[in-house]
Design a protein around this ligand. Structure first.
Ligand code: ATP
Ligand code: MG
Length: 570
């Protein structure tokens, strides 16, 4: 492709409304343009990167035995009513009526449609196992669309659905998808982790998320330094540990802590570490129960664990009025002694002695608190968020903390949808059996954005070669010099003939601005053709990632570049 014939509108300034670097760079590098909130045009450069990811996904899905089809984006309400999700899904589901006043929605995910298709076409166990996928635009009316393609409203997803006669078959399908996903993200050239994930209210038995590692990631994940264990912090279990039964050393004393409400303020005022304090959170469930949760001062509540323990959907910190009514003190002074609420405590609190808590009295705390002597021991459970250095629940080695961007999700669904929609097959005994399903998603656009979050520098994008819009960029220093342009054209044709994807920057612009654009758009291999090099029969190769420069003899340049590309693609 010749730059002079292309649509590649780069921007010098950082667009004001783009918060994260991938969004900024995708706008600046002419990959995307916004049409409406969370809805984007994919410009040629953006589309090429998206297609690269799609192609890798397609190849690996096919290799794993999945079969591609395409379902409609517009879905009749009846199917969603059958599954019960028409009522449950909330506002992310964009609903509308057609001219006949029939209800429809834009598909945010396609369990209903695929299950309907399969119930109408698959009758016998002999047609199983089956794994069907599509690569298609989804619509979710996200409450806060942001970060460009990372969290759009319309976005491209690969979604696959497996159908098996029994759970063992479904487990195998899941394992195949898990391995296919590993290969996909490896082939994309990304650093990632596959982590155990919470199954949320879908309630399936098992789920993994694929996380591209990046500082800016919305998710926190832990992985073990000693074994394979990795999990979303939402899910990461923490072992109870062995409480030390050391004897209390100090007496219970009520001390004034005027105006000191936060853990940090109290610790600083009493000159102790925050881990000597037990913090008491007064929380309220969606069912209306108010209870107290105790955590060590330096630990954070994991509300998903708490919800699971309580069997509720949501917990919130109680409002100020509720806190003062239930504890007798303003926010910041709650504690377990004398508290007339159900009390749950994190495991880490079990072994504490001589600790500090609020006294349920304005401006007062207790020091020297110990379980049993001063206060009945509460119910202990795993209630906190994992953090760096915590012990791995599998092997005890220390956990590392990362930030990640969820790009893929694999999920065992069991018979949730086949039961709701009546998708059954006859087994070898002629018995009707509900199908066991799995669903497997990859955000294609989000993967491109995540790749940029992980791979950029202050000058622009540093594309991993497998998903770069072009593999080679030829910059013609001065296209007005005939010999230079001729040599560049020659190299361009040779590379195209060798099947290399190459962009030829033949624009009549200052070399400095062309080099700036080259940095910005991040093509991995950059070749500069100019009169100085040509005088010695050479062109200069610069690798975008390392910045390393080498002179290539003009006669061998195409072959050497093609070899370098093939070495990466394998
Ligand atoms: P999130 O927690 O980020 O909202 P999700 O759990 O809703 O994701 P899934 O329903 O599992 O996501 O969708 C499968 C994949 O689709 C996700 O792993 C992600 O890569 C992608 N995806 C989901 N929502 C969006 C979105 N709004 N924009 C872009 N990609 C998305
Ligand atoms: Mg979501």
């Amino acid at each position: 492709m010749r730059y002079s014939d292309y649509l590649l509108p780069t921007l010098k300034e950082t667009p004001a409304d783009a918060e994260v670097i991938s969004h900024q760079l995708m706008l600046r590098a002419g990959m995307i343009r916004k049409l409406a909130a969370g809805i984007y045009n994919y410009l040629p450069m953006g589309l090429r990167a998206v297609r690269k990811v799609e192609q890798i996904v397609r190849e690996e899905m096919n290799r794993a035995g999945a079969i591609e089809l395409l379902m409609p984006m517009v879905v009749p309400a009846e199917l969603w009513q059958e599954s019960g999700r028409w009522e449950q899904y909330g506002k992310e589901l964009l609903r509308f009526t057609d001219r006949k006043e029939s209800d429809f929605c834009l598909g945010p995910t396609h369990e209903e449609v695929i299950t309907d298709l399969v119930r109408g076409t698959v009758r016998s166990y002999r047609q199983l196992p089956l794994n069907l996928y599509q690569i298609q635009s989804k619509f979710r009316d996200e409450i806060r669309p942001r970060f460009g393609l990372m969290r759009g409203r319309e976005f491209i997803m690969k979604d696959a659905y497996s159908f098996d006669l029994d759970e063992a078959g479904a487990d195998l399908a899941y394992e195949k998808m898990y391995q296919a996903y590993r290969r996909i993200f490896e082939r994309c050239g990304l650093k990632f982790r596959a982590v155990e994930a919470d199954t949320g209210n879908i309630g399936g038995s098992s789920s993994h998320e694929f996380m591209v590692l990046a500082e800016s990631g919305e998710d926190a994940i832990v992985s073990c330094s000693g074994c394979e264990y990795a999990a979303n912090v939402e899910k990461a279990e923490l072992a109870a540990g062995t409480p030390s039964f050391s004897e209390p050393q100090t007496e219970l004393v009520k001390v004034p802590t005027p105006g000191r409400r936060t853990i940090e303020e109290v610790a600083a005022f009493l000159r102790v570490g925050v881990d000597r304090l037990v913090k008491t959170l007064i929380v309220q469930t969606d069912g209306g129960e108010i209870l107290a949760v105790l955590l060590r001062g330096d630990h954070e509540l994991n509300d998903i664990k708490l919800c699971r323990l309580l069997g509720c959907n949501e917990v919130q910190l109680a409002d100020d009025e509720t806190v003062s009514r239930t504890t007798g003190a303003p926010v910041g002074f709650a504690g377990p002694i004398g508290l007339k609420l159900r009390v749950l405590a994190d495991h880490a609190v079990a072994g504490m002695v001589d600790f500090i808590t609020g006294a349920n009295q304005d401006d007062m705390h207790f020091t020297g608190v110990s379980w049993g002597r001063d206060c009945a021991a509460p119910t202990f459970a795993d209630l906190r968020l994992a953090k760096a250095g915590d012990a791995c629940p599998r092997c005890g080695a220390s956990l590392e903390l990362w930030r990640g961007i969820e790009v893929g999700h694999v999920f065992k669904l069991g018979t949730k949808y086949s039961a709701a929609l009546g998708a059954t097959v006859l087994d070898d005994q002629g018995q009707e059996r509900e199908l066991f399903m799995g669903c497997y998603g990859i955000g294609v656009g989000r993967t491109v954005a995540a790749a940029i979050e992980q791979n950029h520098d202050r000058n622009g994008i540093v594309f991993p070669l497998p998903i770069a819009p072009f593999q080679v960029l030829i910059t013609v220093v001065n296209p007005r010099e005939e010999e230079v342009l001729a040599a560049a054209n020659d190299l361009y044709r040779q590379l195209e003939a060798a099947g290399i994807e190459v962009l030829l920057d033949d624009r009549d612009e200052r070399p400095g601005s062309k080099f700036k654009d080259a940095d910005l758009i991040g093509i991995p291999l950059r070749v500069t053709v100019g009169s100085r090099g040509l005088a010695e029969g050479a062109v200069e190769l610069q690798e975008r990632a390392s910045g390393q420069r080498t002179m290539l003899p003009m006669a061998d340049a195409a072959r050497l570049l093609a070899e370098q590309v093939r070495a990466v693609l394998g």
